[in-house]
Design a binder for this molecule. Structure first.
Ligand code: KG4
Ligand code: ZN
Length: 339
């Protein structure tokens, strides 16, 4: 079966075609980073307008690259939430209109389920059950994944998400939005142990995280020092080390508590090299295995939505037939556990 995936929850238009036997046939992406850059963050109205411009041309391109005709699609999966309501509505409207016209089912996909399952697009893939560390711009969660749609939240951030902390700290260091990747690059020039930053909630005994104090500690450092370029890199490294420490320690503690031996990393911060190498090192020390999505599938993309849709279709789950429906919705807020 062939599933078309449409992702428009934030500032990336991602489209993909997934074949349940042959795997990913194609994927296309347009990132709006340059549009939002000058505002220092995503402007929702600009995001929606750009999704309107990009989605249909990208669908055409994805189908062309996959060498398939529109009528060969068996179902359409789209991100129903969480995300920016206006941006979500673009993908939802196009997905539902196409499904109605083609008389095929439509699948409402949870954005975080897409991220969670994205490492399954690579080989070797983890098997159920596994522990997932979801580290994106909007979420930081540790989740026990028993199977498709069987997600138990073990802990999450009580304030900023990890990606948000990277972005806010990057901004304090004068880097462009979204600064996670740029901060990681700057950190490669930093000298270890120049600055010591806190590890909030390290000993909280649960699987929750807190990142806002870390960002505030950076702000205090910057206020109290005459900062030159080298110090900026030193601070970037100190911040990254603190974030990586917290994420690694909590993930290892959750593996120990649940008895799981596979750790899956999902979401944009999963592209961070320091986090990847530290997790590889620590999991191999305890005899566990860590799985990462391909770099291109760490941040928002259509492949993860098409894949999640294909898994749902195989399970005959959450499938709606357009002939029997006369409306559709998006969910700007949506708890993964309610799936
Ligand atoms: O998963 P994602 O595309 O967005 C949400 O669904 O929220 O993740 C985007 C986040 C941003 O905060 C970005 O700065 C961060 O991932 N990010 C990184 C890196 N690449 C992207 N953070 C740290 N190091 C990176 N290499
Ligand atoms: Zn995302």
């Amino acid at each position: 079966m062939i599933v078309l995936g449409i992702e428009t929850s934030c500032d990336e238009t991602g489209i993909a075609v997934y074949h349940t036997e042959n795997g990913l046939l194609s994927h296309t992406l347009f990132s709006q980073i340059e549009i939002h850059n000058e505002y220092g963050g995503v402007v929702p109205e600009l995001a929606s307008r750009d999704h309107i411009r990009r989605t249909i041309p990208l669908i055409k391109k994805a189908l062309q690259n996959a060498h398939i005709d529109l009528h060969e699609i068996d179902a359409i999966a789209f991100t129903q939430g969480p995300g920016l309501a206006g941006a979500l509505l673009v993908g939802a409207s196009i997905a539902n209109a196409m499904a109605f016209a083609l008389k095929i089912p439509v699948l409402n996909i949870h954005h975080l389920e897409g991220h969670l399952l994205s490492p399954l697009l690579s080989k070797p893939a983890p098997c159920f059950p596994f522990l997932a560390l979801l580290v994106s711009g909007g979420h930081t969660q540790l989740i026990k994944v028993k199977g498709i749609g069987q997600y138990t939240l073990l802990g999450e951030t009580v304030d900023d998400a990890a990606g948000e902390a990277f972005d806010k700290t990057a901004k304090l260091l004068g880097l462009d939005y979204p600064g996670g990747k740029a901060l990681a690059e700057l950190a490669t020039k930093g000298r270890p142990s120049c600055f010591k930053l806190p590890r909030p909630m390290r000993h909280s005994g649960d699987f929750n995280f807190s990142f806002s104090g870390l960002k505030t500690a950076v702000l205090t450092l910057i206020k109290n020092h005459e900062i030159n370029d080298q110090m900026r890199a030193d601070i970037a490294l100190a911040f990254q080390e603190a974030a990586v420490d917290i994420l690694t320690e909590k993930s290892l503690a959750a593996l120990a508590r649940t008895g799981l031996t596979q750790l899956v990393i999902a979401g944009g911060v999963g592209a961070n090299i320091a986090l990847r190498s530290r997790l590889l090192q620590e999991t191999s020390r305890i005899g566990a295995t860590v799985f990462f999505p391909e770099f291109q599938f760490c941040t928002d993309n259509g492949a993860m939505i098409a894949f999640a849709g294909a898994m749902r279709l195989l399970k005959q789950d959450t499938v709606r037939c357009p002939e029997t429906m006369n409306s559709f919705t998006v969910k700007a807020r949506w708890e993964l556990e309610t799936l």
